[in-house]
Design a protein around this ligand. Structure first.
Ligand code: AMP
Length: 542
C-alpha cells in the first residue's frame, strides 16, 4: 500500500523560495571582492536568482547543461548558484586553488558552457581560455564601475547583465534526483573526479546539517561560512542557512584573522565554520591584539584534524564551543560531528576536550563502519582501527562519467580512504588516510595523532609525520616541523614534548625542520609530495 502524502520533490530552489517568503527581510552580508561591505536580503537574493535563471535561459542554457562558478563566498555567488540550479542546470563550483591545467581538465570534463567568475580569477581564465572550446560566455561577478579590461571576447558584466532581466520567472519543476551541483575532488593522485550532487541529496543534507546536534541553525543565528562554496557546498551552509532563516555573513576573498574577526564582531556572528588553518590565523590575531569573541557561540572545525590546543583555546580562553566534524566532497560533505551525548556534560573540561578530538558520531542519514583489510567488520571499541566506510542518501555512488569505476562494494558501502576507530558510544576518530598509514613492525602508527600533539608545542606552527623506510621495522615515523615565526625549537625539545603523550614506540625516529609544507587545493598537507621529497631520507636509527 502506498502512503497518501503529497509528492513534493525535494528541489533546492524551494529553499530560497522558503527563505524569501518567510525570512525575506533576513540579511545576507558580504565583504565584497571590491572591498566595501554589501548588504542584501533573502528576498533580494531570491529575486536576483530568478533574473539569473531568466538570463541563463536567454543565453541558451538548458536543463542538464553545466554552468561553472569560480568565485569566493559572496551574495552574487549565492544568486548565481540558486539561479543555475533553479532551471535544472548543474552548478559546477570550480576550486580556484587547483593548478590551471587541472582547472582546464575539469572544465572540459564537466563540459562547462558558461562560467561566473570573480575578478580575482579572471587572469587564470584568460590564461586557459584557448583550451576551453565548450565555454561560450564568461560572466564577471562585479558592477560596471569595477569591470576590468579582459582578453576574453565573450565576457559580460554580472550586474549589468542581471539588470536586463526582471524576476518574473517560474522555476523549472523536475524529478528530485536531477543533478544540481558538481564538485571535483582535489585529486592528490591522478585527475580530479567529479562528485555530482542531486537536488534530493542536497535538500536532505541541508536538513541534516541544520539539525540541532549538527550545526544547530536557527532563525536567531548569524552564520559565517569561511569554508568556501567551492569546497563541498560550503559544508551545506548555503542551503541550510536560508532553509533555517539564519543570517549569512560572507567573507569574500579575505580570510585572514583580522578580516574574519571584524565580521564576527560587527555582524554579531553566532556560528562559524572553517578548516583549522583559518582558525590558527584568527587565534593568533586575537592573542596579539588581546581581543575577545563576545557574540560567537560555536565554531565548526573540519577538513583536517582539529588540534587539541585549538579546542582548548576556543573553549577555555574565549568560551566558544568547538564542534569538530569530518566529511568529504563525496559525503556532501558532513559525515560525522562531535556533539556531546547526555552524561558527558558532567565530565571535567579536559575529558570533554579529549572527546572532542574525535571526529564524532553520525547524524541520521549517514551510516558508518570500520573493516579490516579483508572487509570484515571491526568492533566499536575505540581501539581497533580499520577502513572507514559509509552509506547514505547524500553519499556518492559513482563519479561523473564513471571515472574510477565502481566505488561501492556489493552492500553499497563507500570506502572513504580514511582509517579510523569507532568507540562504544559511536564516536569515530580518524587515525590516518589509508595511503598515509605508517606501518612499523606490522602495527599501525597514527600520524595524525602525533601531528596533533606536536602542534601543541608553543614553538611549532605546523607538523607532518610520514613513514620512512627502515631495514628492521619496514617504516618508522619522521616528524617534519615548520617552526612558529621567529622560533627555532630543537629536536630534543620536540621529542621531550611528545614524551608520555604517545606510546613510546610511536616516538618519531627523527625530527626535521622546514620553512613550509606542501598543501593541496583544499588546504590539506600533501603527504605524497612529502614522501617524494624525503624519499632518500636516512633515519639515524636505520
Ligand atoms: P575533501 O573531500 O577535500 O573535503 O577531503 C576529505 C578528506 O579530508 C577526508 O577523507 C579526510 O581524510 C580529511 N578530513 C576531513 N575532515 C577531517 C577531520 N576532522 N579530521 C581529519 N581528517 C579530516
Amino acid at each position: 500500500m502506498q502512503g497518501l502524502m503529497q509528492d513534493w520533490p525535494l528541489l533546492v530552489h524551494r529553499i530560497i523560495d522558503h527563505a524569501a517568503l518567510n525570512h525575506g527581510e533576513r540579511e545576507v552580508v558580504t565583504r565584497s571582492v571590491e572591498g566595501p561591505i554589501r548588504r542584501t536580503t533573502y528576498a533580494n537574493i531570491h529575486s536576483r536568482a530568478r533574473s539569473v535563471a531568466k538570463g541563463l535561459t536567454d543565453l541558451g542554457i538548458e536543463f542538464g547543461d553545466v554552468v561553472a562558478t569560480m568565485a569566493w563566498n559572496t551574495d552574487r555567488h549565492l544568486e548565481a548558484w540558486y539561479g543555475i540550479m533553479g532551471i535544472g542546470a548543474v552548478c559546477h563550483t570550480v576550486n580556484p586553488r587547483l593548478f590551471p591545467e587541472q582547472i582546464t581538465y575539469i572544465m572540459n570534463h564537466a563540459e562547462d558552457k558558461v562560467m561566473f567568475v570573480d575578478t580575482t580569477f579572471l587572469s587564470t581564465l584568460e590564461g586557459i581560455k584557448d583550451k576551453l572550446p565548450l565555454l561560450k560566455y564568461v560572466i564577471v561577478l562585479t558592477d560596471k564601475a569595477n569591470m576590468p579590461e579582459t582578453t576574453l571576447d565573450n565576457a559580460l558584466c554580472y550586474d549589468e547583465w542581471v539588470a536586463k532581466y526582471d524576476d518574473d520567472f517560474a522555476w523549472a519543476s523536475f524529478d528530485e534526483n536531477t543533478a544540481a551541483g558538481l564538485c571535483y575532488t582535489s585529486g592528490t593522485t591522478g585527475n580530479p573526479k567529479g562528485v555530482l550532487y542531486s537536488h534530493r541529496s542536497n535538500v536532505l543534507h541541508s536538513m541534516c546539517g541544520a539539525g540541532s546536534d549538527v550545526m544547530g541553525l536557527r532563525a536567531m543565528d548569524a552564520i559565517l561560512p569561511v569554508v568556501p562554496m567551492f569546497h563541498a557546498n560550503a559544508w551545506a551552509i548555503t542551503f541550510a542557512a536560508p532553509a533555517s532563516g539564519s543570517k549569512i555573513v560572507m567573507p569574500g576573498s579575505q580570510m585572514d584573522g583580522q578580516s574574519i574577526y571584524e565580521l564576527l564582531n560587527t555582524e554579531k556572528v553566532s556560528t562559524t565554520a572553517a578548516v583549522p588553518t583559518v582558525w590558527l590565523g584568527l587565534l593568533n590575531y586575537l592573542e596579539e591584539n588581546d581581543l575577545k569573541l563576545p557574540h560567537l557561540n560555536k565554531v565548526v572545525i573540519g577538513g583536517s584534524a582539529c588540534p587539541q590546543v585549538m579546542i582548548e583555546k576556543f573553549e577555555k580562553n574565549y568560551g566558544v564551543e568547538v564542534v569538530h566534524a569530518w566529511g568529504m566532497t563525496e559525503t556532501s560533505p558532513i559525515g560525522t560531528i562531535c556533539s556531546l551525548k547526555p552524561g558527558m556534560e558532567d565530565w571535567d573540561a579536559d575529558r570533554k576536550i579529549k572527546q572532542k578530538l574525535k571526529q564524532g558520531r553520525v547524524p541520521f542519514s549517514v551510516e558508518m563502519k570500520i573493516t579490516d583489510d579483508d572487509g570484515n567488520d571491526l568492533p566499536r571499541d575505540g581501539v581497533a582501527f580499520g577502513h572507514l566506510k559509509v552509506r547514505g542518501p547524500a553519499i556518492v555512488k559513482a563519479y561523473l562519467k564513471g571515472e574510477g569505476g565502481d566505488v561501492l562494494d556489493e552492500d553499497g558501502w563507500f570506502d572513504t580512504g580514511d582509517v579510523a576507530t569507532i568507540d562504544e558510544l559511536g564516536y569515530m576518530q580518524i587515525t590516518d588516510r589509508s595511503k598515509d598509514v605508517i606501518k612499523s613492525g606490522g602495527e599501525w602508527i597514527s600520524s595524525i595523532e602525533i601531528e596533533n600533539i606536536a602542534v601543541g608545542h608553543p614553538e611549532v606552527a605546523e607538523a607532518a609525520v610520514i613513514g620512512i623506510a627502515h631495514p628492521k621495522w619496514d617504516e618508522r615515523p619522521l616528524l617534519i616541523i615548520v617552526p612558529a615565526e621567529g622560533k627555532s625549537p630543537s629536536k630534543e625539545d620536540i621529542l621531550k614534548f611528545l614524551e608520555g603523550k604517545i606510546a613510546k614506540w610511536w616516538t618519531p625516529d627523527d625530527v626535521t625542520f622546514v620553512e613550509e609544507l606542501p598543501h593541496t587545493a583544499t588546504g590539506k598537507i600533501q603527504k605524497l609530495t612529502l614522501r617524494e621529497q624525503f624519499g632518500d631520507y636516512k633515519l639515524p636509527t636505520a
